[in-house]
Every structure is written in structure tokens, then in C-alpha cells.
Design a binder for this molecule. Structure first.
Ligand SMILES: NC(=O)c1ccc[n+]([C@@H]2O[C@H](COP(=O)([O-])OP(=O)(O)OC[C@H]3O[C@@H](n4cnc5c(N)ncnc54)[C@H](O)[C@@H]3O)[C@@H](O)[C@H]2O)c1
Length: 307
């Protein structure tokens, strides 16, 4: 069956997402949309120029939201990263006012179009925007999720892997909560070589607080260097997209609706063709549960002004 994907927002992140999709042949049809029309026209031509050089065929459409109505997956990379540059902070809520307004209009168009696929949200502040997309578009909660702390979890694996001199892919575990400053590494979930990482850290005198801080501010480090981040987040989003397209039913961390806390927030879920296929509670420590609930309260406080 033909795979049709939409990318909304063709800035640093959206363009990288589109490039991964085209270069890896992950879609049969790719619809690109941005309010800066000449940028999308140029990107479309640029991709079309590569067509004869690629091993797979992708039809690229320079489109509108309406052209995405029958997409299997739409990825939201709408934003205005300059707001973050101007705010002199790496606080992701700096974009909230602008992005909430943008996605309200977009959600209305999606609703009118009858779109009923999966919406993967990259746009920041991620948990708040995923929640607002759901409220504004009326799509079911299972069909909308954010990349959330999938990227932060990968950053944590980088730091733990570096501390032990092992491939980050060998590390299991999660960074939970907000994709923002209240996130935390749930050390009780982190394991390697069949053992809890906390035990190994104690033996090797590895400072867990430092690793957690390095993870939390990892995005900031990249941001300071080039004014945006793109490769890791685009890889995270396209991974999630592939899990949906192949109906893999994988356990992955992402920002999804938490019924008990009544907010979008990151914890692992089972993802497949219908989006969030199943949710579950991790066996966390009481301190971690407290951190998770505090993080949820921070997200909810930001959401309520726009809901
Ligand atoms: N979730 C994460 O881990 C993560 C990581 C990196 C970036 N981000 C977020 O992704 C978003 C994009 O980042 P970027 O660096 O590509 O930003 P950018 O400013 O380079 O690109 C955003 C694009 O969205 C377009 N846009 C904005 N409002 C629009 C609207 N209403 N209609 C159509 N197009 C619109 C802009 O024209 C621009 O091309 C930001 O919100 C950023 O904070 C999230």
C-alpha cells in the first residue's frame, strides 16, 4: 500500500525530516507545507533534482494542509526557532504564544479536511503543543503524540554510554516527564549488561546528577553552537513514523495523553498503526513518581492558558 506522509514546517527540522524520508525511501508520496512558499518551492525542486540519483522513487508535492487529508502520518515541525534565539534562554516555552496560534489555524484546516491519520508533533513546547493539537483538531488522543523525551532519552544513553565506553544502543531506560527543564532520568529504569546502572555507577563512582544535568541541557549545547537542533530530532521523528507505518507495536517513549494526570507527558507506550496502542505504568520509585507528577503540573500550567 502506498505510504503518504506530510511535513508541516520546512525550517531546519522539517527540511531534515523530509531529507531523511526521501534519502531513505520511507514514503511513496511526500507533501511539504510551509507558510514561506518560495522555500517549499525551492526544496521541492531540490528534491526533484535528486530523483534520478536516488535508489527509490518519492513523489514530492508542494502542497497545502488540504493535500495532507489522506496522509498516513503528518509530522508537525512548525515553529519559529528565532523566538528561542531572541529570548536569551533555552526555555522551550518561549515559542508557545506564537506556535499555539499557528497550530490553531492548522488544526482547524486539518479538521475540515477530514484527516484521520497519525499526527507526530515535534513543535515546541512539545507536550503543550501535542495537547493543544488534540484539543483544537478533535482527533482522538491515540492519534496524536509528541516526540517528547525520546530525544532526551537518546541523549541520556549517549552520556551513560560514554561513561562506560559502550555503544549507547546497549543502554535501556528512560528520561521521563516534560520535554523541557522538569524532565528527569528515571535511574530505576536504566540498565546495562543485565544490571541496574545505579549499581555500576556506585562501583565506578559515576556522578548520576551530572549525567542527568548533561542530558537535560544537551539540546542547549547544540543550540548554542548553531542556533537550532535538527539531526537527532529528525531521526527520532522518522523512527516514530516508521514504527507507525510498519505497525510495529514497539515500546517507545513519547509524549502522549496520560489519563491519570490529564495531560500530555512522556512515558513509554506501545506504538503501532493506530498511534498509541497501549499505555502502562512503570514501576518507579516514590521520588520518581513525585518528579513525574511535578513535571505534569508544570506542563498543565502552560497548557491551560491556550486550551
Ligand atoms: N521536540 C524536540 O525535541 C525539538 C527539537 C528541535 C526543534 N524542535 C522544535 O521544532 C520546531 C521547528 O524548529 P526549526 O529549527 O525547524 O524552526 P524554524 O524556525 O527553522 O522552522 C519553522 C518553520 O515553520 C514555519 N511556520 C511557522 N508557522 C507556520 C504556519 N502557521 N504555517 C506554516 N508554516 C509555518 C516557518 O515558516 C519555518 O519555516 C520548533 O518549534 C522547535 O522548537 C523540537
Amino acid at each position: 500500500m502506498a505510504r503518504k506522509i506530510g511535513v508541516m514546517g520546512m525550517g531546519n527540522v522539517g527540511a531534515t525530516v523530509a531529507h531523511i524520508i526521501v534519502a531513505q525511501g520511507l514514503a511513496d508520496t511526500l507533501v511539504l507545507f510551509d507558510e514561506i512558499e518560495k522555500k517549499v518551492t525551492a526544496d521541492t525542486l531540490d528534491f526533484q533534482d535528486a530523483a534520478s540519483l536516488l535508489p527509490t522513487h518519492t513523489e514530492i508535492i508542494n502542497g497545502q494542509i488540504e493535500d495532507m487529508k489522506d496522509c498516513d502520518v503528518i509530522i508537525s515541525a512548525i515553529g519559529q526557532i528565532k523566538k528561542l534565539n531572541q529570548s536569551n534562554t533555552v526555555e522551550r516555552t518561549a515559542e508557545l504564544k506564537y506556535n499555539a496560534l499557528s497550530i490553531k489555524t492548522i488544526s482547524e484546516k486539518l479538521k475540515t479536511s477530514g484527516f484521520n491519520g497519525i499526527l507526530i508533533v515535534i513543535t515546541n513546547p512539545n507536550d503543550v503543543i501535542a495537547d493543544l493539537y488534540q484539543k483544537y483538531s478533535g482527533l482522538s488522543k491515540e492519534k496524536i503524540f509528541g516526540t517528547g523525551t525520546y530525544l532526551d532519552t537518546s541523549r541520556m544513553k549517549r552520556h551513560v554510554g560514554k561513561a562506560l565506553n559502550v555503544d549507547p544502543r546497549s543502554i535501556q531506560g528512560y528520561v521521563l516527564g516534560e520535554h523541557g527543564n522538569s524532565q528527569f532520568t528515571a535511574w530505576s529504569t536504566v540498565r546495562i549488561m543485565g544490571r541496574p546502572f545505579t549499581e555500576i555507577a556506585q562501583e565506578k563512582q559515576i556522578d548520576l546528577n551530572k549525567l542527568d544535568q548533561d542530558t537535560r541541557f544537551g539540546g542547549g549545547q547544540v543550540f548554542v553552537g548553531k542556533g537550532y537542533t535538527n539531526y537527532a530530532i529528525a531521526t527520532a521523528a522518522t523512527n516514530l513514523m516508521q514504527i507507525v507505518l510498519s505497525d510495529a507495536r514497539s515500546e517507545v517513549i513519547c509524549s502522549h495523553y496520560n489519563k491519570k494526570l490529564d495531560t500530555y507527558i512522556s512515558s513509554p507506550a506501545i506504538i503501532g498503526r493506530h498511534g498509541i496502542e497501549a499505555t502502562f505504568d512503570l514501576p518507579l520509585t516514590t521520588t520518581e513518581i513525585d518528579q513525574f507528577e511535578k513535571s505534569a503540573a508544570i506542563i498543565k500550567a502552560s497548557t491551560k492558558d491556550y486550551a
